[in-house]
Ligand binder design. Structure first.
Ligand code: NOJ
Length: 444
């Protein structure tokens, strides 16, 4: 298998996110994000890690963008930190922050890389969170103001846009389970946040369409194949509910299909009482590509004691199947099947894999990180991707998660996903064997 097997126009890139790499969290006029404040709360992030310095990308962006080039990729996906542009969420602009992204974009262009910009990758301005964040209807106006600003400011140089990263990720972990910032809990908060996010997807995309000439507009959903533990009627029903929640709930309104209420009755009940429901028409947008981000499948068993979904995940570890350091099952066939599941929507005309990768406990020994498990992961997942593509699915790009080890949210700095090792004490970067494998793969 060579990269050329995927076609000459196929986009190969690495994906990153501002809060995970930038650092300079309290510098140069940047406002606080919900991750800056959340990480100060005891016990929320493993080992008490904070995103204050992260990979210090703010000061090292030239060197890091050069690494993207060295590894042979053509796309650098990064996100704009909303509070670096608007420290308070809207109105007042931080010129230094605005300039920083110009520098990053210009550096990409100079290196011959395509900058792909994510507008929202989870670092909401704290000031907006105080007003309810994604649970408040007012978030949409603020997000639109921010989007309009970025479109006007960077639109002549940036053509590839991702409006929002993984709505299920931040709304479930951040507003239902309290594991991620802003640490809220409860079904109601989650559903409120999800609905406003669904509006933001389409609003943001429409703004980009109007403002940016020749824009290629996408948005990125997490997805997982949901597999029943047994073929019992109860397990099958539980599987359907989890699929409706994790995969369909976010993409279907965007495609103009509304919410999958038929397969998840909680939604039906919620719909009747919720004012935002009438905005379903507004949630629709004909995206140029749909980004899908897959890491693992989920095996689901019915469990009456679990609120909301009455479903329980049987972990990879307990099933004794191969898994990464995150406990996520390694299963390339499942990657192939979830691509097929999304490709089956006639409304999706173009799929881009906007994240995929693996976390392993890497060791730097004599200047070398021999991460063969990660190499094997990429080989298997890319072969599955090629299979889907050769069956006629229009897949136009693949972005590996991620360029370098970084701040992995509630897991802190311990969870390493990078193709490049980062020593967080010295900020020394070392290309791992997986990085060299990519370099070789992309050269042919
Ligand atoms: C999803 C998120 O978009 C990204 O920020 C995260 O680090 C990776 N997946 C790995 O968990």
């Amino acid at each position: 298998m060579h990269s050329s097997d995927f076609g000459k126009d196929f986009l190969w890139g690495v994906a990153t996110a501002a809060a995970q790499i930038e650092g300079a969290a309290n510098l140069y006029g940047k406002g606080q994000s919900i991750w800056d404040t959340f990480s100060k709360r005891p016990g929320k992030i493993k080992k008490g890690h904070r995103p204050t310095l992260a990979c210090d990308f703010y000061h090292r962006y030239k060197e890091d963008i050069a690494l993207v080039k060295t590894l042979g990729f053509t796309v650098f996906r990064f996100s704009i930190a909303w509070p670096r542009i608007f420290p308070l969420g809207n109105r007042q602009i931080n010129k230094e922050g605005v300039l920083f992204y110009h520098k990053v974009i210009d550096e990409c262009l100079q290196q011959g890389l395509i900058p792909m910009v994510t507008l929202y990758h989870w670092d909401l301005p704290e000031a907006l969170s105080k007003e309810g964040g994604w649970t408040a209807f007012g978030i949409n106006a603020a997000f639109n103001e921010y989007t309009l600003f970025c479109a006007k400011e960077y639109g002549s140089k940036v053509k590839h846009w991702i409006v929002i990263n993984e709505p299920f990720g931040f709304t479930s972990l951040g507003y239902m389970l309290g594991i991620h910032a802003p640490g809220q809990t409860g079904l109601h908060n989650f559903l409120d946040a999800a609905l406003h996010t669904a509006i933001a997807h389409a609003d943001g995309a429409k703004i980009l369409r109007a403002e940016v000439q020749d824009a290629i507009i996408g948005t990125a959903f997490s997805c997982s194949e949901i597999v029943p533990y047994t073929q019992s009627a109860q397990d099958l029903m539980a599987t359907k509910r989890v699929d409706a929640l994790m995969n369909r709930f976010f993409v279907e309104p965007t495609l103009g299909m509304g919410f999958p209420t038929a397969d998840w009755d909680v939604l039906e009940k919620f719909a009747i009482s919720h004012s935002t429901w009438r905005h379903q028409e507004r949630m629709k947008f004909d995206f140029d590509f749909i980004g899908i981000q897959n890491y693992f499948p989920l095996v689901i068993k019915y469990n009456a004691f679990i609120p909301v979904v009455q479903a329980w995940e049987i972990k990879a570890k307990n099933r004794r199947v191969p898994h990464t350091a995150m406990g996520w099952e390694v299963n390339a066939n499942s990657f192939y099947r979830i691509i097929k599941q999304f490709a089956a929507y006639p409304e999706i005309k173009n799929i881009m894999i906007t994240e995929n990768g693996a976390c392993y406990p890497d060791h730097l020994v004599d200047g070398r990180v021999d991460d063969q498990a990660r190499v094997a992961y990429f080989k298997a997942y890319l072969a599955a991707l090629l299979k889907a593509k050769s069956e006629g699915i229009n897949i136009t790009g693949y972005l590996a998660w991620t360029l370098m080890d970084n701040f992995e949210w509630a897991e802190g700095y311990q969870a390493r996903f990078g193709l490049v090792h980062n020593d967080f004490k010295t900020q020394q970067r070392t290309i791992k064997q997986s990085g060299y494998w990519w370099q070789e793969f992309l050269s042919k």
